[in-house]
Design a protein around this ligand. Structure first.
Ligand SMILES: NC(=O)c1ccc[n+]([C@@H]2O[C@H](COP(=O)([O-])OP(=O)(O)OC[C@H]3O[C@@H](n4cnc5c(N)ncnc54)[C@H](OP(=O)(O)O)[C@@H]3O)[C@@H](O)[C@H]2O)c1
Length: 278
């Protein structure tokens, strides 16, 4: 399949650009610098030039607190970007796989979120990502929406931040009342390739199995990397941030490819040198 990949310089995009050719796909990979998805004309011309079978959108404005302060920019990238890909892709007869987030949910549920649970975002990031999903579903006939959670890979992420501050400080406070499904970007890319192989359109939740709080995640990062630091759990109210985060950000993989446990994926990431500066 001929794939036009956007956001190819991001954590997920890097893994997709490596993996999809290995799976037999022909990939035209565009970083932010190559293609700004909020520029409708640029999107139209890239799709017309490359005539892909599928547009795969891994581009997003992912700075959750930044989205709160720059909601216009967040809307242009996270909502109008997929709108541009959906509208021009549909006209040219290509499918669209759009990557979205667990932050479309409010986190009030006591259970992991299934793909058909009702979104109710509590942040600008979540609202703009949900608007992007809405455009994809309204404008394309053949779409996949893949929601991910707590992604780490080659880039700025929680694992690398913990490794850095864990080496710099004697003690750390990490919040213990927000739960996630930490997900290695390489595994997410493999899950997306599996979704494409299945060829069944719709909404998917692709995340490493299991869940933990950010505190539990930090604990495992330090245990596996042998960093000795005093770790203290705190409520998120102790660290007010511009954007609210869902207390329960855990995804259920109902009807989706199932990935290995997050602890196993993290161990491999750290062994492979995930601690390199990001
Ligand atoms: N990271 C997470 O924890 C997480 C959790 C759940 C879901 N997701 C979703 O997973 C997907 C991939 O996330 P990621 O972790 O790979 O994020 P990432 O590392 O921040 O990658 C996003 C990429 O999009 C690019 N980008 C930003 N604005 C753009 C624009 N206007 N046009 C084209 N490219 C643009 C960024 O480039 P610059 O950096 O140069 O701006 C960056 O390379 C996103 O849809 C995200 O919403 C992520």
């Amino acid at each position: 399949m001929k794939v036009l990949l956007t956001g190819a310089g991001g954590q997920l995009g890097i893994e997709l650009a490596k993996l999809l050719p290995e799976r037999g796909h022909e990939v035209a990979a565009f970083t932010h610098r190559d293609l700004d998805i909020s520029d409708a004309e640029a999107v139209r011309s890239a799709l017309e030039e490359h005539e892909p079978d599928l547009a795969l959108n891994a581009a997003a404005y992912t700075d959750v607190d930044g989205c709160e302060e720059k909601e216009d920019l967040a809307y242009r990238v996270n909502a109008l970007g997929p709108r541009n890909l959906a509208q021009h892709g549909e006209r040219l007869g290509c499918e669209l796989l759009h990557v979205s987030t667990n932050y479309v949910f409010d986190g009030e549920s006591e259970h992991p979120y299934a793909p058909d649970d009702l979104p109710n975002p509590i942040s600008a990031y979540g609202r703009t990502k949900l608007a992007g999903e809405g455009y994809v579903k309204a404008l394309c006939r053949r779409w996949y929406v893949v929601r991910a959670a707590g992604v780490y890979g080659e880039g700025h992420n929680f694992v690398r931040t913990m490794l850095r501050v864990g080496r710099e400080r004697d003690s750390l406070k990490v919040k213990d009342d927000e739960y996630i499904s930490p997900t290695y970007a390489g595994d997410l890319a493999a899950g997306i390739a599996e979704v494409l192989d299945g060829g069944l359109y719709g909404t998917y939740h692709v995340a490493n199995a299991g869940s933990c709080s950010w505190y539990g995640f930090a604990e495992e990062i330090f245990r596996l990397s042998g960093i000795e630091v005093e770790l203290n759990s705190v409520p998120s109210s102790e660290y007010p941030l511009p954007a609210a985060r869902p207390a329960n950000g855990v995804l259920s993989p109902l009807g989706s490819p199932e990935l290995r446990h997050w602890r196993e994926a993290l161990a491999e990431y750290l062994e492979r040198g995930g601690s390199a500066p990001g």
